[in-house]
Design a protein. Structure first.
Length: 116
């Protein structure tokens, strides 16, 4: 499975963006999908994850502002980002994990820049 992230761009503080992570194959067998981000000079950090059962988890810094969702029919995971802040500026990566085979898939990053 290959993951293709898109939807990044430049937005003013308070604005919104929706990131998409499209898989080349079915994501039905992928147990957990997630979004991670890496700001310049910082380590990659978890933003949000969603399981096959649609159980979600968010970093404290994005709770109430970001929403992760998955559409198995379209093999796509989304990250709706609202009320964006300059500190959300980073390269965002999508990740898929298949627990039974111990596989981890990473997509290429999509850059998000939030101006103040």
């Amino acid at each position: 499975v290959q993951l293709q992230a898109s939807g990044g761009g430049l937005v003013q503080a308070g604005g919104s963006l929706r990131l998409s992570c499209a898989a080349s194959g079915s994501i039905f067998s992928i147990n957990r999908m997630g979004w991670y981000r890496q700001a310049p000079g910082k380590q990659r950090e978890l933003v949000a994850t969603i399981t096959k059962n649609n159980s979600t988890n968010y970093a404290d810094s994005v709770k109430g502002r970001f929403t992760i969702s998955r559409d198995n029919a379209k093999n796509t995971v989304y990250l709706q980002m609202n009320s964006l802040k300059p500190e959300d500026t980073a390269v965002y990566y999508c990740k898929g994990e298949r627990f039974d085979w111990g596989l981890v898939y990473w997509g290429q990053g999509t850059e998000v820049t939030v101006s103040s």
